[in-house]
Design a protein around this ligand. Structure first.
Ligand code: G3H
Ligand code: 13P
Ligand code: ZN
Length: 313
């Protein structure tokens, strides 16, 4: 059953666990997420980025989410991730396909972010659609910011309190040291837990951690099998993610939704590469994508356990 994300997240924050939110781009990724969540009786969020919509189309991705949630009988929220294109956010709301949207005005000046977020909240709430907003900047793959430069973009606790009061958003994505993609930092990623605690003391709505993938070296090595480590793979050399103990600390301190994309991408690629290396003559897509789905299911299982979401439905 598709449900708005707000009640799932409120319950998670109140009870000290986080709802996993996975980015989906195709059937195999969505099935790996939904089947595992159903097996573990975990609430789950399927989310589509603007890039995923460009790739597969809103209608196809929504059809997968709607069908999967109906067949598996677990509460699933279908969420638009990082809505920076306002027209697309409005389209997602008007379509009736999404039960949750993120309006990402984090690159805008504070007043403009507040104004835009408040308008989207009014629009979405009329249709019982939940809204996640973002304050602070979560760096991405291309960011070459030093640690001190990054801190300048971390979420300010007092600003976060004002932002939530003025926008009435349902959940808030904050920047406390994570980054999107496989490169979180040059060394071990350290979350600013003191800042998270201050934010959590002032902001009572569920908090969201983006860029939270763990980047398993073992799965990464499988993904690199037989690869010459050029292009994107050369860039993956030395990639580090967020350690599990930091994720646990974040959940303990108010994080109620955790976004994972990179770890599924790596597992998907590792599964495909292993299948093609094992049998160089295989050309049945099911024999290539099947192992990828199985590897992604393992990752999903680990995340649900790590976030404490097992047996919460
Ligand atoms: O937060 C970003 C997600 O990892 C989505 O990435 O825009 O390449 O689909 P994407
Ligand atoms: P990762 O790149 O760490 O998986 O983060 C994904 C994300 O935050 C999607 O919004
Ligand atoms: Zn994100």
């Amino acid at each position: 059953m598709l449900v708005p994300s707000a009640p799932l997240l409120i319950r998670a924050r109140k009870n000290g666990y986080a709802v996993p939110a996975f980015n989906i781009n195709n059937l195999e990724i969505a099935q790996a997420v939904l089947e595992t969540a159903a097996e573990m009786r975990s609430p789950v969020i399927l989310q589509t980025s603007e890039g995923a919509i460009d790739y597969a189309g809103m209608d196809y991705l929504a059809a997968i989410a709607h069908t999967g949630s109906r067949l598996l009988k677990i509460p699933v929220a279908f969420h638009l991730d990082h809505g920076t294109n306002v027209a697309l956010v409005e389209k997602a709301i008007a379509s009736g396909l999404y039960t949750s949207v993120m309006i990402d005005g984090s690159r805008l000046p504070l007043a403009e972010n507040i104004k835009l977020t408040r308008r989207i909240v009014e629009l979405a709430h009329r249709q019982k659609i939940s809204v996640e907003a973002e304050l602070g900047a979560i760096p991405g793959v291309e960011d070459k910011l030093s640690v001190t430069e990054r801190e300048a973009y971390f979420t300010d606790p007092e600003q976060a309190e004002k932002f939530v009061q003025e926008t009435k958003c349902d959940a808030l994505a904050i920047a406390v040291g994570t980054a999107h993609g496989a490169y979180k930092s040059t060394g071990a990623a350290i979350l600013d837990l003191a800042r998270l605690k201050k934010i959590a003391a002032l902001v009572k709505i569920p908090l969201v951690l983006h860029g939270a993938s763990g980047v398993s070296q073992k799965i990464l090595d499988t993904a690199h099998q037989g690869c010459e480590r050029l292009g994107d793979c050369e860039r993956l050399e030395g990639a580090t993610g967020i350690p599990n103990n930091q994720i646990k600390a974040a959940v303990k301190n108010g994080i109620a939704k955790i976004n994972i994309d990179t770890d599924l991408r790596i597992a998907f690629t590792a599964g495909i590469r292993a299948a093609l290396i094992k049998d160089r003559h295989v050309f049945d897509p099911r024999k290539i994508l099947g192992p990828a789905k199985e590897l992604m299911k393992k990752v999903v299982k680990e995340k649900i356990a790590l976030f404490g979401a097992k047996e919460k439905v």
